[in-house]
Design a protein around this ligand. Structure first.
Ligand code: MN
Length: 307
């Protein structure tokens, strides 16, 4: 099943190029932030699904092109993200600027995982604003694993029992020397969507293909079979560190081809079996508040080699 949020945070089931409004079947639905009912819907999905399916078959079908899609999990309790998790990306980051020159290229086993704030989430056709004029911001095309159940310390073999589904995900990243949660945590730096596809509808987590274009330029072309840590192993590792809650998202890492995003660009992530996520980049950079002080200029300037 493809589950989307649209317009005023209504809940829809996507079928081909239409969407059926099933909001009336969602317990405690409320269009006001923080949309916790979406996390409850995910947690109780097995029980609610039959009602959603019968409502979807009876509801009028709206054209997808006539609705405004929203991020399918607007406020997860956390986004856990994998750093370098594809061998070719590992090489490009190791080689770039000689950051790790002379040293062994590092992996998840050196870095562990990191967190992105839920405030970074935006959805399909939203516009993001780059924070720093003088610094490079990159796109990272990824797949987001959406957790379905409260989970602690699950094994790889049991991971499917706590995975709700997947969605497209972009891990926007300012390059520089600060810790990842700062460089990757700006508002708009975690586009997800266009919707969630439930696990039962996916042929394989280990052979998913996806591509990212910047404007018309194909930049990334990935296959999850090339992941260093598989999606199931990421679920195991993340759940060993912290209890995962329904709706939590794991950003599974990016393949080779990351590159700069510039004002005015359009990003197009296509995940086979899921869909297309389009993100616009504002022509204007974010402006610091007047009076932020000269200390802020240090953040605006390039700080060492990209990372
Ligand atoms: Mn990433």
């Amino acid at each position: 099943m493809k589950i989307a949020l649209f317009d005023d945070w209504r809940v829809g089931i996507v079928m081909d190029d239409t969407i059926a409004d099933v909001t009336s079947q969602v317990p405690a639905w409320d269009p006001k932030w923080p949309y916790n009912w979406m996390l409850s819907l995910i947690e109780d999905f097995v029980n609610i699904r039959p009602r959603l399916e019968s409502a979807a078959s009876a509801a009028p079908k709206l054209a997808l092109s006539n609705v405004k899609l929203r991020p399918p999990v607007p406020v997860p309790t956390k986004i856990v993200a994998a750093p370098v998790n594809y061998a070719l990306h590992q090489q490009e980051m190791g080689g770039e600027g000689g950051v790790y020159a002379g040293a062994q290229i590092k992996t998840i086993e050196d870095y562990g995982l990191f967190l992105k704030p839920s405030s970074a989430i935006v959805g399909h056709e939203d516009t993001i604003t780059l924070p720093f004029v003088k610094r490079r911001t990159d796109h990272e095309a990824e797949i987001g694993i959406v957790i379905g159940k409260k989970a602690f310390n699950v094994t790889e073999d049991d991971a499917d029992s706590v995975i709700f589904g997947v969605t497209g995900l972009l891990d926007l990243s300012v390059r520089g020397q600060e810790d990842r949660p700062f460089r990757k945590g700006f508002d708009g730096f975690c586009p997800i969507g266009p919707w969630i596809v439930t696990l039962d509808e996916l042929p394989s987590l280990d052979a998913m293909t996806f591509r990212l274009w910047v404007n018309d330029d194909l930049r990334q072309n990935g296959n999850t079979q090339n992941m260093i840590y598989s999606m199931r192993r990421l679920v195991a590792l993340a759940s060993y560190q912290c209890t995962l809650f329904p709706g939590d998202i794991i950003a599974s890492g990016t393949p080779a081809g990351v590159g700069e995003v510039r004002p005015g660009d359009t990003l197009h992530l296509q995940v086979d079996g899921v869909g297309d996520l389009i993100i616009h980049v504002s022509r204007q950079f974010a402006e610091p508040a007047v009076g932020m002080g000269p200390w802020f200029d240090k953040f605006q300037s390039a700080r060492g080699a990209p990372q």
